[in-house]
Design a protein around this ligand. Sequence first.
Ligand code: TYD
Length: 214
Amino acid sequence: MKGIFVTFEGPDGSGKTSVLNSVVEMLNQTSKKNDYILTREPGGNRISEDIRGIVLDPRNTEMDEKTEALLYAAARRQHLVDTILPALNEGKLVLCDRFVDSSLAYQGAGRHIGVYQVAKINEFATDGLQPDLTFYFDIEPEVGLARIKNHRQDEVNRLDQESLQFYEDVRAQYLCLARENPKRIIKIDARKSLADVTAQVLALLENKLAEFFK
Ligand code: TYD
């Protein structure tokens, strides 16, 4: 595979999406404009966006935990085949808002269905593809949730209705993944200001891209 696969992970309210927007602005100001794609999970193509609609629908309160994990994995499979692999094969930088680590943290740990089991179904869905680099935006759940309440009162999806304990379990799993994969996962302190966090990510990414685009 010629391209480079970079994922962005972390809880809602960590600033992940804002930082991603700044990364895209940075790329658009350089000659790398046509060398990257920005995509997200669950979603990224028509079928996976349809699955996203089902899995994040606040009305679907009766959804079984394993059904949820399988739907995320199904959306991921289609996303991989339709979007991620073709771009990597063309030598592009793929920036992806969430990937397998989200399922390990939210379904495996948050929903208590077992990180190992969720890893297994995702290995099947992705044929074992791993990101080259992952930024994990770490923040205490209370701080992240307070930020969401201030900024996004209009948007309540099914996962926004979860308890604090759920988000604590999610964070513990992300921290565990970061410890277990020190080469791939860079932990970013997301309590810092958005400007500081953005500057840190841009600097790290520019280093990585300098290697990649040289
Ligand atoms: P979204 O509104 O895109 O939130 P964010 O901006 O925080 O990414 O909703 C995505 C939600 O889906 C988010 O709460 C995390 C959840 N999710 C999982 O639980 N498992 C997964 O595998 C993925 C990709 C997302």
